[in-house]
Write a protein that binds this ligand. Sequence first.
Ligand SMILES: O=C(O)C(=O)[C@@H](O)CO
Ligand SMILES: [Mg+2]
Length: 265
Amino acid sequence: MFTFSANLSTLFTEVPFLNRFAKAKQAGFACIEFQFPYEIEPELIKREMELHQLKLVLFNFPPGNWQKGDRGISICADRQQEFRDSVEEAIRYAKTLNCPRLHCMAGILPNGWEEKEAWQVYKENLRFAAARLADHQITLLIEPINRYDMPGYLLSDLKHAYELICELDMPNVKIQYDFYHMQRIQGELIASYQTYKDAIGHIQIADNPGRHEPGTGEINYPNIFRFLKEIGYEGYIGLEYTPKESSDTSFKWLADAVDLARRGV
Ligand SMILES: O=C(O)C(=O)[C@@H](O)CO
Ligand SMILES: [Mg+2]
């Protein structure tokens, strides 16, 4: 059976980052994930995790300068040393926090850049990162992201992600399948999950439109959870959504999902 993990970058944002661990515990979570922890030293995060007995399942490589528009730097030919340094920084956090998965964002293709060259650099960088992560038994994840939210994001196609993984042929590289992005990119959620399931290493969820909690939009999450249970998915499902009203009132769907699983539906 799968396990839900609370994404502390999008949930409990009513309180400062380090206070979100207690909130996650109070809401009944044993597992958490977040996006970019780099403003806080990992020892402080570790203290909160230990205090509240929380297990970390995922976070991201440093994305470059987010305020200036970076959404990952792994496709940038002129920033390969910066990328390599970012891999080491992510490993430093992952080792301290005992985290088994890291997501590497691709990046936005700058105007006038050759797409073909960007793919080449991306591939080289992923190969480097996957080898470094393998030294620490960490899985490297790549996630197709929709271009409505991130215009120009290079990796926005599930099949491309899969082909890249096949080409790299490194066992610790997997797809991060975010149902919200996949709905906006192509739909066909269950069928496409089924097609690529052996290459998928992590799931995230949110509804569309709005990227709020399941039940607020058009995605049939009860059906998706039923499907994931049927195929025996035993990994994590990250709640990477922005609560429609407040975090505390955004978990009603979760009670229904857990109940559904318990009843063996
Ligand atoms: O945007 C998403 O979806 C993610 O999973 C993030 O890690 C990237 O911001
Ligand atoms: Mg995601």
